[in-house]
Design a protein around this ligand. Sequence first.
Ligand code: PLP
Length: 394
Amino acid sequence: MKLAQRVQTLEPSATIALSDQAKKLQAQGVDVVNLTAGEPDFPTPLAIKQAAIESIQSGQADSYTAAAGILPLRQALADKINQQYRTEVTAADVAITTGAKFALYLVSQVLLDPNDEVLIPVPYWVSYSEQVKLAGGVPVFVVPTSRDNKVSVADLKAHATEKTRALIINSPQNPSGSVYSKDELVQIGQWAVENGITLITDDIYRDLIYNQTEFHSLFEFAGKIREQTILISGFSKTYAMTGWRVGFIAGPGEFMQKISALLSQTTSNLTVSSQYAALAALSLPNSEIEKMRGDYEQRLNHFYPEFKALPGFSFPVKPQGAFYLFPDVTEALSLCQIETTAEFARRLLDEVHVAVVPGEAFGQPGSLRLSYAAASESLEKGVQRINKFMRVHT
Ligand code: PLP
């Protein structure tokens, strides 16, 4: 069968592929320490599940809803966004999508013409570049000059052309856990405004931020910056709801109308029970979210020094958000005489049964991503096993 040109180079998401491989080994009875997961290791809070069950039992979940989601959810979300970002968005400015992943896909489809360029800071979340390409756009990777995994205006200027259409900022960042400061964002925002570049802010980890780091977003700056910014976020990480697939987009009116139209021509509404679950999530007591956030923070503070002490592992800066460690392992590679991080990850899985994601998946070979959304016992085992691997091979 002849396949379309646009899928010729399309590969499955590397993180999902690795996690599947680890799960396959686990199913064969191998004691795998799986640190690949990009998902909370907490169950979805009970009140959220109950709301979904009620929507099914009452028959509310039986029928289509508006393609962009039920009004009570869009209204509650608009209220939440207004409180978090000091904005004045209305329910009409918000659309509910099948995960933040599909939200980002829709944004590329609505924004990009063939050969439009999108600036993507490195390291980046795996799907950004593939989705830009699927829309006919060209991903332009921006490697930061500073070692903190954050791009500056000078870095962006060096890669911008007259075809630059958009810039994606993800903070806290997957995979590095870096968080942009208010000043850094204002500078980037002003530069984008001056150059007519649309800003896409992926705030999916906004609630997972640690050790008194302040969260800021391009969407919070009133005026020209916000007029040019599209907010993407979702419920997967904050509320431990990856399986429910709830994401959302907020942005300017004309843009949102096209998002709704595209939703109506693709998925239609998100599964109704998930929408009611999301509505319940928005009124969850803050203490429930704080319990999970606090737990990640403890794990970060406990395990960061342990992973940092592994031979050949170094961190330019301590992560401030999300739930990943992204050590530079170039020295570990040369100690073990291993050529690439992809090979290193494969051998860690084969020899000591620790699953991690190589930096190649994020455009940064030389680093590894380890998720600490895993039980402390698994993380402890992970450190010990990698240490053993390093001792055997150096
Ligand atoms: N953006 C980033 C940076 C992510 O890490 C993820 C998930 O791993 C997503 C978006 C998509 O999240 P979801 O589709 O589960 O809402």
